[in-house]
Design a binder for this molecule. Structure first.
Ligand code: MF3
Ligand code: CO
Ligand code: CO
Length: 257
């Protein structure tokens, strides 16, 4: 499948669903406190998406995924499955939300700290956030896609962190995962030229230790091989004639650059 170019009415729907996606993260934020389980967070997000937003949580039953959101704790990199495990002081958590409304998808994730994070954890979360925005800054019309990956990897490594290779950002729209694959690392192939109307995610997974990951026997949860911490932030973006529009900005979230 070629990269889909969204028309005006598609873009309006992408804006709507992007806003809903951010709204779920805004809604759940105050509940992310020590003592809660990831299943409880899943249930609250599910009910909000279905009953309030009248929308669909895309992960539920996606290729057999059993829950409505992904929750990845500490050394879990991505695709963590909500469970009855209680979150405790010092944990770090990624919540990844994907919503479908009017036939279009929005996808975003953020990091949360349970109580007070360690200095190392906070530093990793900050580096991952900077990686997201450094990637977004490179997402401009007329430039090669892999400018994003090159900038993210260069920055992450300058901060002594590593970039996960096995999972990447992706085109998004009528499908959850469309072309192109948005790598967060440098490649000799510059990739396709970005054009107005393209919509895709940028979602670097940044490890405090080595870049290698492994898949747990549940078939979903990805963890760091060395069990060091991992952090990730994700936005869905639109390439415009002038530059970039972030479709999943949260309430009060302003681009740091
Ligand atoms: N939201 C994830 C992403 O950013 C994908 C989750 S797939 C699921 O691409 F099945 F685990 F939900
Ligand atoms: Co995504
Ligand atoms: Co996501």
């Amino acid at each position: 499948m070629p990269i889909s170019i969204k028309n005006g009415s598609d873009i309006e729907k992408m804006r709507v669903v992007g806003g809903l996606t951010a709204e779920v993260l805004d809604m759940i934020s105050p509940y992310v406190q020590p003592g809660i389980t990831t299943n409880e967070l899943d249930r609250m997000c599910h009910d909000y998406i279905v009953n309030v937003q009248k929308a669909v949580p895309a992960p539920l039953n996606y290729r057999g995924f059993p829950k409505s959101i992904c929750t990845s704790v500490n050394h879990q990199v991505c695709h963590g499955i909500p469970s009855d495990k209680v979150l405790k002081n010092g944990d770090i958590l990624n919540i990844d939300i994907t919503v479908i409304k009017n036939g279009f998808h929005g996808d975003a994730s953020r990091m949360f700290c349970l109580g007070k994070p360690s200095i190392r954890a906070q530093r990793l979360i900050d580096v991952a956030y900077e990686c997201l925005w450094i990637g977004i800054r490179e997402a401009l019309p007329g430039v090669p896609l892999n400018n994003i990956g090159r900038a993210v990897q260069t920055y992450a490594e300058s901060r002594n962190c590593s970039v996960v290779r096995e999972y990447c950002g992706h085109g998004i729209g009528r499908e959850f995962h469309e072309e192109p694959q948005v790598l967060h690392y440098r490649e000799s192939d510059p990739g396709p030229t970005l054009l107005p109307g393209m919509t895709f995610t940028i979602e670097p997974m940044i490890n405090a230790g080595r870049k290698e990951v492994k898949l747990l026997p549940d078939g979903w949860t990805v963890v760091t091989k060395d069990h060091h911490l991992s952090a990730q932030w994700e936005h869905t973006v639109l390439i415009t004639e002038q530059g970039t529009e972030i479709l999943t900005l949260g309430k009060g979230e302003t681009p740091p650059i």
